[in-house]
Ligand binder design. Structure first.
Ligand SMILES: C[S@@+](CC[C@H](N)C(=O)[O-])C[C@H]1O[C@@H](n2cnc3c(N)ncnc32)[C@H](O)[C@@H]1O
Length: 286
């Protein structure tokens, strides 16, 4: 069961509200001119040799090493842990409590734009008109409608969350702003329930560190991403002691890369450092 907190993420008291393979092809073996094989047998031999690299490629494609494997064991539970975490650890990091819908006011606070420079984040994404986007862990839809405006009527934003209350609030916010190209979707803690290969860009702002099942979620997200599509991960910088956010609600760049690099389809492309408190990591699906 996912425990959801009704507090904001700053270091202030809060209430627990609810319990491509790099395989190189060997040079094609050739039968020497003075081969003892006769013409027909030489032809059969050469055909077989021509086929071998293709066979090895097919074998590699079905090889488990080319699909993401979870660490073993995938998750650990520890009795001693941060009170803002759920006591479940993934690759050495404690998973944070999910922020409850009761704290949605913190997401919509007027000073957020200046504190987090959310305008710079949307600019940095370089969204093209007509893009299909997904706001994973959309909350009240703070970024959903901003992205919807940029992609325009030819594009769409799937706004995914696991709390129906957040999605109800998000729908009210979209109606108030007369935004018509945001589609809300109720996901689960292991699956955003998006159609396969349907999304160009997925955004996660202050969400990934709350995933109860990060390996399963990311696997499902990779499936829903189009080839060449990207995941934009935005997290408060754990490396920076000046960022006044609870420890388990921050993530270091190195930790994020370690976790995403489990997925052979994903390649870290760049880190954009324009925001006052968060880093923006871009991962591309090959
Ligand atoms: C801190 S809020 C951030 C909301 C929004 N991204 C923003 O920046 O305004 C985190 C949101 O992620 C959602 N969430 C947590 N785990 C999730 C999961 N596995 N799938 C989808 N949403 C999730 C929570 O319900 C919550 O609404």
């Amino acid at each position: 069961m996912v425990r959801i907190l009704s507090c904001a993420l700053t270091e202030s008291p809060c209430v627990d509200a609810l319990a491509g393979s790099d395989a190189t092809l060997a040079p094609r073996p050739r039968v020497a001119r003075d081969s003892p094989l006769d013409g027909a047998r030489r032809f059969r031999f050469n055909s077989l040799m021509r086929f071998l690299p293709l066979c090895s490629l097919l074998t590699l494609a079905s090889c488990p090493l080319l699909t993401a494997q979870p660490p073993q064991p995938p998750y650990e539970t520890r009795a001693e842990h941060d009170p803002n975490g759920i006591g479940k650890f993934y690759m050495g990091r404690e998973i944070a409590h999910v922020m409850g819908h009761q704290a949605s006011g913190w997401l919509e606070r007027p000073e957020r734009e200046t504190e987090e420079r959310t305008d710079l984040l949307v600019d940095a994404m370089q969204i093209k008109p007509g893009e299909i986007l997904a706001d994973i862990g959309a909350g009240s839809g703070y970024f959903s409608w901003r992205m919807a405006k940029v992609t325009g009527p030819g594009g769409k934003v799937f706004a995914v969350d696991i709390q129906q209350e957040m999605l109800d609030l998000l729908q009210r916010n979209m109606a108030r702003r007369e935004v018509k190209n945001v589609v809300s979707a109720l996901g689960t803690t292991s699956d955003p329930k998006l159609p396969p290969a349907s999304v160009d860009t997925m955004l996660m702002v202050d969400v990934y560190h709350e995933f109860d099942q990060p390996f399963e979620m990311l696997s499902a997200m990779v499936k829903a991403l189009k080839k060449g599509g990207r995941i934009v991960l935005v997290e408060f910088r754990a490396e920076d002691p000046a960022v006044n956010i609870k420890r388990v609600h921050k993530m270091s760049e190195a930790q994020a890369k370690t976790e995403f690099e489990l997925f052979p389809e994903l390649r870290w492309e760049k880190t954009i450092s324009v925001l006052p408190q968060q880093h923006i990591l871009i991962f591309r699906k090959s």
